[in-house]
Design a binder for this molecule. Structure first.
Ligand code: SF4
Length: 480
């Protein structure tokens, strides 16, 4: 859709809303001096003696106008909300059904809830505000508030010296067709794993020194990917040994190895992980439908998942998360609910239900977002909550199927702290490995980012960049 801005230059809120409502269309901004043409919309901010008015109109002559509160400055961030609302009211009528998340375009609905609660609303008030001011469905409002309440609890317990660690292993046994991460297929890039581990060990040592010098208390360690269990048993042991030697774990409450794909997980690796204090792992089926698994390029079977799960249970007392994805090509309601049923039968501690997201750089695409009905996902949520799990974190993605969300569910007391801290940006996270982004969260909400090289080759070949990043972090921690 062609869009024009008059009286303001806030491209992002307008564009994000258009993408959210019409993900399959291309949206192009028209020139300021251009006479609108085609199927266009105009977002306009008008100024008069009475104050500001946010307006939206389209090529059919439909108009929506919202008077902004008296005294609101035209530069105030809140103006974007009014502009978006006017546009939403104009465009939502064209859709077959109201979007579940209304006019919310952000990826972190729970963060918005937390902000509302900080401004004095209670949970019921925040839920009402989501429904009324953002047109979020009652069900999604409740979901956002549930996750918001959990994140507020974690934030309130956060101590100034706390820090959480992420260690990335960007290699996988094969690329999933829907994946846009920098995950290198070991069938082609296997020769890089060893030099990568060597570079990572150096960064672990350097990071350990920086955090110790600044008296940081490490609260959680999350080894993610990629597929961390792609490391050989001896590589995994060297990494875990380095982590245990260089990081002060006296305040550690959680140590996760996102193992991931069953064909990479062995009893030996799990024993090593357990010996070094890993208490949480993931075994991720994504679906239990064999044809769908093959279609997205997974090399394992549903049986492998079940066998791997039992092996993990027999090996150590891990908390286990299992990921599923709704909306995979070839999947349907029946097979999705069957996957949920099979995963529930295993009784993992956490279940994360993702909705398929179309990503630049991923070979696989899904068609119209309507292909995944909210009712299908709601039914899965109901199955999971009826089995004793509660939602504890959620996030949305651009181009997510059905305009829905990804939700992490946990049995009481088994929430993954790292997921909450990282997703809700409520505390500092130091990230190691290629693609790692260290985030320091300041009291005023500002976030300082320190970014490692994106690709493993750059990471392996760029020890100076890693040293520089560690010095930068050391400097930032002096005033933080
Ligand atoms: S296992 Fe995860 S990181 Fe690896 S290719 Fe599949 S989706 Fe991407």
């Amino acid at each position: 859709m062609r869009f024009y801005l008059i009286g303001h230059d806030r491209v992002n809120p307008v564009l994000q809303l258009l993408i959210c409502l019409f993900p399959d269309e291309e949206h192009v901004r028209g020139g300021n001096d251009e006479e609108p043409f085609g199927e266009f919309v105009v977002s306009e901010l008008r100024r008069s003696a009475d104050g500001l008015t946010a307006a939206a109109r389209d090529y059919r002559g439909d108009v929506r106008e919202i008077a902004c509160p008296a005294g609101l400055d035209s530069d105030a961030p809140a103006v974007s909300e009014y502009l978006r609302r006017a546009l939403y009211l104009l465009l939502a009528e064209r859709l077959d059904r109201a979007p579940e998340w209304g006019m919310l375009t952000g990826v972190k609905p729970a963060k918005l809830v937390r902000n509302m609660m900080e401004q004095g609303l209670d949970a019921a008030g925040a839920e009402k505000r989501l429904r009324e001011a953002y047109s979020v469905s009652p069900r999604r409002s409740r979901l956002a508030v549930e996750a918001g309440v959990v994140s507020a609890r974690y934030r309130d317990a956060m101590q100034p010296r706390d820090i959480d660690l992420y260690i990335g292993i960007p290699f996988c046994p094969a690329k999933c067709a829907y994946c846009s991460f920098v995950s290198n297929d070991v069938r082609r890039w296997g020769h890089m794993v060893e030099p990568y581990v060597a570079a990572l060990l150096t960064e672990v040592e350097g990071m350990g020194q920086v955090l110790a010098q600044h008296g940081r208390q490490i609260r959680s360690i999350y080894i993610g990917g990629g597929t961390p269990s792609i490391l050989s048993a001896s590589q995994l042991e060297r990494l875990l040994d380095a982590v245990c030697r260089h990081f002060d774990r006296r305040m550690l409450t959680e140590f996760t190895l996102e193992a991931g794909r069953p064909e990479t997980i062995t009893a030996e690796k799990l024993r090593i992980a357990s010996q070094y204090g890993v208490g949480r792992i993931s075994i991720n089926p994504q679906t239990m439908n064999e044809a769908v698994l093959r279609g997205v390029g997974r090399l394992h079977t549903a049986r492998d998942i079940v066998d791997c799960y039992h092996m993990a249970r027999e090996t150590a007392d891990f908390q286990i998360n299992m990921d599923l994805i709704a909306g995979l090509p070839g999947d349907d309601d029946e097979s999705l609910t069957d996957s949920v049923r099979q995963v529930l039968a295993l009784e993992p501690d956490n279940i994360t239900l993702h909705c398929m997201a179309r990503k630049r750089g991923a070979p696989l695409r899904f068609g119209a977002t309507g292909e995944l009905a909210a009712e299908t996902v709601d039914h899965c949520h109901d199955m999971i909550t009826a089995a004793g799990y509660a939602p504890y974190y959620l996030y949305r993605q651009k181009y997510i199927a059905g305009g829905l969300e990804n939700v992490g569910f946990a049995r009481p007391g088994t929430e993954c702290r790292y997921n909450v801290v990282m997703m809700e940006e409520i505390g500092d996270v130091a990230a190691l490995g290629s693609g790692g982004v260290t985030k320091l969260v300041y009291a005023d909400g500002r976030i300082e980012r320190i970014t490692n090289p994106k690709y493993p080759t750059e990471y392996i070949d760029g020890p100076e960049k890693i040293r520089k990043n560690l010095s930068k972090l050391a400097k930032a921690l002096e005033n933080h």
